[in-house]
Design a protein around this ligand. Sequence first.
Ligand SMILES: CC(C)(COP(=O)(O)OP(=O)(O)OC[C@H]1O[C@@H](n2cnc3c(N)ncnc32)[C@H](O)[C@@H]1OP(=O)(O)O)[C@@H](O)C(=O)NCCC(=O)NCCS
Length: 155
Amino acid sequence: MEKQSNKALEIRKMSIEDVQEVYKIENQSFTNSSWSLEAFYHELEKNEFAHYFVVSLGEKIIGYCGIWIVIDQAQITTISVDESYRSNGIGQLLLEYVMNYASTTCTTMSLEVRIENKAARHVYEKAGFTYGGVRKNYYGDGEDAKVMWVSLKND
Ligand SMILES: CC(C)(COP(=O)(O)OP(=O)(O)OC[C@H]1O[C@@H](n2cnc3c(N)ncnc32)[C@H](O)[C@@H]1OP(=O)(O)O)[C@@H](O)C(=O)NCCC(=O)NCCS
């Protein structure tokens, strides 16, 4: 990450025009299980439950996150940060943003994470997510997923 950058960090809704840039980060981040371009187009154009966001530094997209909101439940479908910009708090920023976004209508947020994905689990734990169950053989390569969830209400 460029130290002392004067470029503005911004989080905004993902648009169709962003998908090619997002797809580059997706491919670099999920080597065995990356989404296709069509999957992103489908989410943006056809899925009424989907809400996708990008974080940009100046003109450059450096991360993205998607959630589904169904009535009062939110689920993270994907989150990723360009590897050159990781460990600078961008993941945490995106996560806090979508939690705040969902909290106006949702009571909980959940997600699945690979057991071996220590960095992601650390970011989720820091944001208050705790462990629910395990989904056996959840990923295409047979790895199990941990389910994590957080209450979005301050009670
Ligand atoms: C998960 C991800 C989005 C986090 O983005 P990020 O911008 O690096 O997140 P942050 O900088 O806010 O926080 C990263 C934290 O993980 C920690 N971390 C990094 N590598 C780690 C590891 N191997 N084990 C444990 N913690 C690790 C960092 O120290 C930092 O914690 P800290 O702020 O307490 O020091 C990013 O790693 C990513 O894009 N990974 C690939 C895609 C992915 O796995 N997505 C999640 C799918 S469930």
